[in-house]
Design a protein around this ligand. Sequence first.
Ligand SMILES: NC(=O)c1ccc[n+]([C@@H]2O[C@H](COP(=O)([O-])OP(=O)(O)OC[C@H]3O[C@@H](n4cnc5c(N)ncnc54)[C@H](O)[C@@H]3O)[C@@H](O)[C@H]2O)c1
Length: 357
Amino acid sequence: MTNTQEKLHIGVVGAGSISGAHLGAYEANPNVVLVAICDKNEERARAAADKYGAAKVYTDYHELLADPSIDAISVCTWNNTHAEITIAALEAGKHVLCEKPLTKTVADAERVAAAVEASGKLLQVGFVRRYASSVEVLKRFIDAGDLGEIYYAKATCLRRLGNPGGWFSDKERSGGGPLIDLGVHIIDICWYLMGRPKVKSVTGNAYKKLGNRSHIKNLDFYKAADYDAERNDVEDLANAIIRFENGASLMVDVSFALHAQKDEISVKIYGDKGGAEVEPALVIMGEQHNTIVNLTPQIDHKTFDFVDAFGREIGHFVNSCLGKVETLSPVQDGVEVTRMLCAIYESAATGKEIIFE
Ligand SMILES: NC(=O)c1ccc[n+]([C@@H]2O[C@H](COP(=O)([O-])OP(=O)(O)OC[C@H]3O[C@@H](n4cnc5c(N)ncnc54)[C@H](O)[C@@H]3O)[C@@H](O)[C@H]2O)c1
């Protein structure tokens, strides 16, 4: 792909739940031609191709990657396949937008990073929250120094009933439960806004107390495309404290099942000049004329808006592939976040603090 070419030709691997967000955003992007969709489940791939106007359908991603008309792909498959599909795509000369988490293990994340380096192709990690308009606005305040030195962040994403089942609750395919699925987003967004400080140590806890609560009636929740409540060997709840070399710290807790009154999402960062809440809605806190002020930016999406954020993430990926901008979520950040997630699991398993060298 060269930046003189007008349109980017796209293939999407994985046609389950999240692929709709990618496909809808590609369809709406004037610089994209959607060429092909691949899923192990042919019917699902065909239905998506019909809906979004892709000419080709594959059930084997190797065949999609062998298609020379495709410049770039989205990887929207189970977590355990991300490394393998992403590396094969890079080796086939495609740019890649890989859904989060980048990989299940640090070794795999490093293999992906090496493949990016060797191929000279672009890899964007699907840290979609970085692309939300509320985060872009806040980043401008942070970069202008309005929050000063950010020394503390606190992030919570608690579902009382929200184990999506299927592959999500099969550790072999997912790598874990709410920590790797939800924690990845909120840890990343705090770390990104804190200026990506180097990790010093991690202490975590993980619990399997409630199971998946699939017996609960009359309350709906997010489910994988192939929902199956039978297998569940992932944690229900995890929490952690991450210390950084610059002295800053991050506290996080996440759950798929919990005896909580209601679901909760909150992402908050605190600096020595000001603070900010990213979720549940953007607010920037500070002082003016000896008075505490809470500033509410007047923007369309004060909270995370799925369609807006995916549209912006895909738009950024397309423009990065076309050489117009640099990705906001490069592979190195995927490696670092994977390091934090794996260290939390290791700390929980061993009961010890993990010190980074
Ligand atoms: N960014 C977000 O907010 C967000 C939200 C949900 C899921 N995700 C991520 O997206 C990915 C997919 O999640 P989902 O909810 O769409 O799951 P899903 O189960 O609904 O869909 C996954 C699809 O991938 C297909 N698949 C699996 N392995 C394949 C392979 N080797 N080749 C071809 N197809 C294959 C399955 O048949 C299935 O149709 C996961 O990595 C998940 O973490 C991200």
